[in-house]
Design a protein around this ligand. Structure first.
Ligand SMILES: [Zn+2]
Length: 196
């Protein structure tokens, strides 16, 4: 089971949409996003249908994330990087990391936690250095369709940004499009293994 936890309604689709759709072929996927207005919730529901994940919209707090992990028991968590350029992303990353340590001690899950890509693959003090690159060659069209559901957002800009970033990461692993992830240590340890 894979659980994505993100600040905004379009984050899952932009940063890891291809991998979510690919993972849906082998396991279940849920995405937890923070409260937002009804239009953005409706857009996110349409994107969730395209990428075949269950969408949960609820206030993101340490308690709500712990509860969600204990209920869904994900082996893999995707979230934002702790050094992301967007302050909302950093806030969610800090909450998710703290909650994941709590549940890791309680039930041994998640097995792995990964930070996703960011705007132009920038962090505040560095650039993303992926520890895992997932080919999304067969799933990139679904990803673009999902991003396009967010009509209240600058769709053209995000589609262009996503395609350029995934094309760049694809170069590193010999495919057309790939998504980048950085495994975050849980209590000082990484699994160093693939999610598939
Ligand atoms: Zn965001």
């Amino acid at each position: 089971m894979l659980l994505g936890i993100f600040a905004h309604s379009d984050d899952a689709d932009i940063w890891c949409g291809g991998t979510l759709l690919r993972y849906a072929e082998v396991g279940s996927v849920a995405v937890f996003i923070d409260h937002c207005d009804m239009q953005r919730v409706n857009e996110a529901r349409c994107a969730a249908e395209v990428l075949k994940y269950r969408l949960v919209v609820q206030e993101i707090s340490r308690a709500s994330v712990v509860e969600m992990i204990l209920e869904l028991r994900p082996s893999v968590i995707f979230t934002h990087h702790f050094d992301d350029v967007h302050p909302d992303h950093r806030r969610v990353s800090a909450i998710v990391t703290a909650a994941a340590i709590e549940t890791k001690i309680q039930i041994g899950l998640p097995r792995q936690i990964f930070a996703c890509d960011s705007y132009a693959s920038r962090l505040r003090s560095a650039t993303i250095e992926p520890t895992m690159l997932i080919s999304i060659d067969n799933w990139v069209e679904g990803k673009i369709a999902a991003i396009s559901m967010h009509e209240s957002q600058p769709v053209e800009h995000f589609v262009d940004m996503s395609l350029r970033q995934t094309a760049f990461w694809g170069l590193r692993v010999g495919c057309k499009h790939a998504e980048a992830f950085v495994e975050l240590p849980l209590l000082g340890r990484i699994s160093n293994s693939a999610i598939f």
